[in-house]
Structures are given as structure tokens and as C-alpha cells.
Design a binder for this molecule. Structure first.
Ligand code: MRU
Length: 339
């Protein structure tokens, strides 16, 4: 085990026996407040409004939402699952978790046990990916990450941030940079909070400073998570990831995607078929609740983009590492359709 508990203390999705407790990520880092969800509808709202976010955490919350749906009666179970499924479009972990819960219900299995198993498997996958990803790093590297892929976004430890945790603990990473991740500031608000809290030194940069940093030689690896990986390795992740991959290739910086098998969607052939969530332009037009852009101006707010597989040096999953991913290498690890 590479990592001490001191480097992994946050648990943002907590089942309480009869309700789901979520660390409200809209309020971090100013307030550490928790919300309680007692119905599937409340869970769907928490996912849609980003109280809980990050692909694996969305899947976990939805799994617990399915438990709440079942407890309110199996007559409406299918409708409630459909409502949860519509909460956000891009992260396939949501659909994956709901399909798994539906199959468990169909087989007559205990749904709370199934949801807890999904949660436990996610944490174990993250720890394993941490070791696999950190092993790719030459000692002394500088790394840049984007968005938040840590304990807040998963069952714990994180995907890309798990590799960073393992790399720091193993002495391979000399310097961690985090992009602020406009417009919702997952990097500035969440990743920096999580890393500081766990005693990992990190330096925040504006998203637009990334290419400059790469040119200066400060960064050898960009390490990011994923919301959906298509069958050819094309990867949807937080808006700005694609620009980082282009800049990385130009500067000879390597690019690593870290995600569990639950994020792999072998039924989607290429990134072109991945639905990209468009969120409210107000996320761009307002700042801390105040409008800061001239009245009458419009904003376009796609919150994910697709990085072509050709720009990715390694996809790290708990099943193993795929170097220079393509359709054939993806198939060899994930089979023809279902991950
Ligand atoms: O809109 P968000 O905050 O849910 O987007 C999160 C990301 O894009 C993450 O990089 C991704 O979900 C991986 S989290 C382990």
C-alpha cells in the first residue's frame, strides 16, 4: 500500500442507513455543509445542481438513489430510475450504476448491499489505479491536473488525484499544479481544498497559464480523469481537457487519463457520439451570485469536451494500463461492448 490514511481523509458520499448524506460541493471551501437526501428525487436534484459531482461520485449517489426509490415502493421504481438517469448526460458512470442497480433488483438481490459493493469497488479501483499510474512517472516530475478527480469525486482517494496522491507518497512527484477549471472552479475550490486538507502541497494556476507552464519545463505529465471513454479511447472530460492535451503534445508533455472501468463505454464507438452537457450561461455571466457581464450579453457553456485518443499517452484503469489507446487496444482490455 503506497498511501497513508493522512493522504485520503475525505468521504463525500455517505449512506446513513435510511438516507444519503452528501458533502455539498457548491459551498466548498468556505463552508463544509452536508445535505440529506431521503428520496430519489432529492438525489437527482443533488446530482443536477452539482451538490455531488465527478463521474464516479455521481454513479454512487445514483446507486443510493435507487435504494431510496426501491424503499418507497417498487411500483414507481422504473420511473425513478429514469429520472435519476436524466440528471446529467455525459458521465456514463451514472447510467452504468443505474443499470447495475436495475439488474440487482431484477435478480432479487439486496439493493443496499449492491450500492455498498459499488462504493467499495470504486475505492479499491482508485487505490489500484493510483499505484499503476504512479509507476508511469519518472521520479522528480512536475504534474498538472484539471478539474477535481479526488475523494470528492469518487468513493475516496480519487482517479487522477489518486495517482497524484500515490505519486507524492512514493516520492515520484516533485510538484503539483492544479488548473482553476473555469467556470465552476472545481480545481480552485475543490482540488486545492482536498490537497491542502490532506497535506499535499499544490500550486494553483489559471487555466490559460497551462501552455506557458509546459513551455517553461515545469510540467512533465498532465493527469486527468474522465466522464466517458469511448470504444476507441476518445475521452470526454471537463471542458479545457482537450486544450491541455493539444498543448501537451506540442510541448512533449505526456498525457494520462485515469478512470475506472465503469467510465468506459464500449457501446459508444467514438467521442463524436458522446453527449456534451450544456449548462446555464449564468455560470459564466455571474460571479458569487452577482452578474459581472454587461446586460444583454449571451454565454455558451459546454462543460465537457472530447480529447481524441491520439493525444492520450496512457489510459489507466483498474484492469490495467493502455498505452497509446486505440480501438483494438481498448477491445483487448474491455471486450466488445460492455465494460
Ligand atoms: O462537472 P463535474 O464537476 O461533474 O465534472 C467532473 C469531471 O470532469 C471529472 O474530471 C471527471 O468526472 C472525473 S472525476 C474522478
Amino acid at each position: 500500500m503506497t498511501v497513508m490514511n493522512g493522504h485520503d481523509r475525505v468521504r463525500a458520499v455517505q449512506w446513513q442507513g435510511d438516507h444519503l448524506r452528501l458533502l455539498d460541493q457548491r459551498l466548498l471551501p468556505q463552508h463544509e455543509a452536508w445535505i440529506e437526501c431521503r428520496t430519489a428525487r432529492e438525489v437527482a436534484g443533488a446530482i443536477r445542481d452539482l451538490a455531488v459531482r465527478g463521474a464516479p461520485a455521481i454513479g454512487l449517489a445514483a446507486a443510493w438513489g435507487a435504494v431510496l426509490a426501491a424503499r418507497s415502493g417498487m411500483a414507481g421504481f422504473g420511473t425513478e430510475l429514469a429520472m435519476l438517469r436524466r440528471a446529467r448526460p455525459t458521465a456514463v458512470n451514472l447510467m452504468w450504476a443505474l443499470d447495475r442497480m436495475a439488474a440487482a433488483a431484477h435478480a432479487g438481490r439486496d439493493l443496499a448491499v449492491e450500492a455498498q459493493t459499488i462504493q467499495d469497488e470504486d475505492l479499491a479501483a482508485n487505490r489500484h489505479m493510483g499505484d499503476l499510474g504512479a509507476a508511469l512517472l519518472e521520479p522528480g516530475v512536475g504534474v498538472l491536473t484539471h478539474c477535481n478527480t479526488g475523494s470528492l469525486a469518487t468513493a475516496g482517494f480519487g482517479t487522477a488525484l489518486g495517482v497524484i496522491r500515490a505519486g507524492v507518497a512514493g516520492g515520484r512527484i516533485a510538484k503539483v499544479y492544479a488548473g482553476e477549471t473555469r467556470p465552476w472552479l472545481q480545481g480552485a475550490r475543490l482540488t486545492m481544498w482536498e490537497l491542502m486538507r490532506d497535506g499535499i502541497d499544490a500550486t494553483l494556476i489559471a487555466d490559460s497559464a497551462a501552455a506557458h507552464l509546459m513551455r517553461s519545463g515545469a510540467v512533465q505529465w498532465v493527469i486527468v480523469g474522465a466522464d466517458r471513454i469511448a470504444a476507441n479511447g476518445d475521452t470526454a472530460n471537463k471542458i479545457g481537457t482537450y486544450a491541455l492535451a493539444i498543448a501537451a503534445r506540442h510541448h512533449g508533455v505526456r498525457f494520462m487519463v485515469v478512470a475506472p472501468a465503469a467510465t468506459v463505454d464500449m457501446a459508444t464507438a467514438t467521442g463524436a457520439a458522446i453527449a456534451i452537457e450544456l449548462r446555464d450561461g449564468d455560470e459564466l455571466l455571474t460571479w458569487a451570485g452577482q452578474r459581472h457581464v454587461v446586460a444583454g450579453a449571451h454565454a455558451l457553456n459546454p462543460v465537457f469536451d472530447v480529447t481524441p485518443a491520439a493525444l492520450i499517452d496512457a489510459i489507466v484503469t483498474e484492469r490495467g494500463v493502455i498505452a497509446s489507446p486505440d480501438a483494438q487496444r481498448m477491445r483487448s482490455l474491455f471486450g466488445d461492448r460492455d465494460a
